[in-house]
Ligand binder design. Structure first.
Ligand code: UD1
Ligand code: CA
Length: 455
């Protein structure tokens, strides 16, 4: 394996985002842009990864603290060449790849094909041909077609401005070449900056060939400067995710109305209606149907389950053949056994719901263990919190909990027991017993209603 250093530039201010948050920490598909770049970079197995930071440096150090990266501080932003130079002392002796924290969708295989061309006689440059090249550095080629220079828009003459092959900024060269060229950069140009792009002309003048590669599509190399570009890249990414899902056999009611912010894995014949958001790792088993406007995060939904509209599901495991929602809220630690049913306006948290058990309407079931074929009536609440600690409610197989019951935990309702509607159960109920705590109904026969007094 060759020695590889990856340098990610992320010192810029991102003024046009008009945000307190450093630009590269803005999220695309729920993940900071720079994180996308780091994940892709990681796929190349670099020996070292360096992030050049400047604006929002502390924020970035904190956000990336868990990563195996080293930081190079660029105190003043004097150009891309100056930025790379800040990481120079930390570089090894192999190949150096320069990436950008605000170019989030670059693909691993594009970079691999660029790197494959680099050696002592060749450096690599990723270029893209654009219908509208304005703002980009232009690739100048000689009569033999070799790339010999990059001219920035602001330094270009009329002839050069007509060139549509553009610099993506992404380039690779040996560490020795880079260390030779960086000190030679000058800031004598229209922007008074140390341009990294000037190394191309240095390579050419030394007889080092500039090998170029192109991305599969232009979105891969698109940078983000404002929220509009950010939103466009988000849509491009989501479109890609939707295409991938459909290619795998997932039916999407509308590929333009799904958001995957993480990894969504689906079995055969999954159907996903409009407006759904998937976060973290989500698995949907064969034949699962997801109704409109559901949010599912870090959960596994077993085969043939149906999630009805507007359900919010977080860190839940549903075994299969489940009916969920509409308007169900399954919070972390919910486990539904096969055929369990959680209906509308039901909230569950840290709850095991046994096979075939039903919580059909308007309930809160938290810190609870329900056996199989339990029926929980509408309006039932587990009072799991005494203001200080959480307590467990256990309900045995085949128990029937009448509507509007308060189960004051810790409490156990035995197998086959019945709780009358409107009860407050603060003591354990024996198996097969009936427990009712509501007061008896008072009845006055032929009771005359009050009448309005005469004035
Ligand atoms: C740069 C290229 C241009 C290319 C374009 C592609 C140069 C001189 N020009 O231009 O040829 O077509 O990218 O988008 O390289 N950065 C720092 N420190 C600095 C300056 C920049 O970290 O001192 C970072 C920025 O945060 C940004 C990236 O480098 O992520 C590019 O900088 P930017 O100023 O946007 O370069 P462009 O003018 O767009
Ligand atoms: Ca730019």
């Amino acid at each position: 394996m060759q020695d590889l250093d990856i340098v990610i530039l992320a010192a810029g201010k991102g003024t046009r985002m008009r945000s307190q948050l450093p630009k590269v920490l803005h999220t695309l598909a729920g993940k900071p842009m720079v994180q996308h770049v780091l994940d892709t970079a990681g796929g190349l197995n670099p020996s070292r990864t360096h992030v050049v930071i400047g604006h929002g440096a502390d924020h970035l150090r904190e956000a990336l603290a868990e990563h195996n990266v080293s930081f190079a501080l660029q105190e003043e932003q004097k150009g891309t060449g100056h930025a790379v130079a800040q990481a120079q002392p930390q570089l090894g002796s192999g190949i150096v790849l320069v990436l950008y924290g605000d170019v989030p969708l670059i693909r691993r295989d594009t970079l691999a094909s660029l790197l494959a061309q680099v050696d002592e006689q060749h450096m690599g440059l990723l270029t893209v041909t654009l219908d509208d090249p304005s703002g980009y550095g232009r690739i100048v080629r000689d009569s033999d077609g070799h790339a010999v220079a990059i001219v920035e828009q602001k330094d270009a003459n009329d002839e050069q401005l007509k060139i549509t092959e553009c610099n993506t900024g992404i380039m690779a060269m040996t560490s020795a070449q880079l260390k030779r060229w960086l000190p030679q950069l000058s800031a004598e140009n229209a922007q008074g900056e140390y341009y990294l792009t000037d190394v191309i002309a240095m390579a050419a003048s030394e007889g080092v060939k500039v090998a170029t590669a192109q991305p599969h599509n232009a979105t891969e190399v698109e940078g983000v400067n404002n929220r509009s570009q950010m939103a466009r890249l988000e849509r491009a990414y989501q479109q890609q995710m939707a295409e991938t899902l459909m290619a795998q056999g997932v039916a999407l009611a509308d590929p333009a109305r799904i958001d995957v912010r993480g990894k969504l894995t689906c079995g055969h014949d999954v159907f996903i209606d409009v407006g759904c958001v998937f976060e973290g790792d989500v698995e949907l088993g064969e034949g699962v149907r997801v109704g409109p406007y559901c949010i599912i995060k870090n959960s596994t939904i077993g085969a043939e389950s149906e999630i009805h509209s507007h359900s919010v599901i977080d860190t839940t495991v549903a075994a299969g053949l489940n009916q969920i929602g509409p308007y169900a809220r399954l919070r972390p630690g919910t486990r539904l056994a096969v055929k369990a049913k959680v209906g509308n306006f039901v909230e569950t948290k840290n709850a095991d719901v046994g096979e075939g058990s039903k919580i059909n309407h308007l309930s809160y079931v938290g810190d609870a263990r329900l056996g199989r074929d339990v029926n929980v009536g509408a309006g039932t609440i587990t009072c799991n919190y005494d203001g200080v600690n959480k307590h467990l409610t256990e309900i045995g197989d085949n128990a029937f909990i009448g509507s509007n019951t308060a189960l004051v935990a810790p409490v156990t309702v035995g197998k086959g027991a019945t709780v009358g509607a409107g009860s407050t159960i603060a003591k354990d109920v024996a198996e097969h017993a009936l427990a009712v705590t509501r007061s008896r109904q008072l009845e006055k026969p032929d009771w005359p209603r009050p009448v309005k007094k005469a004035k």
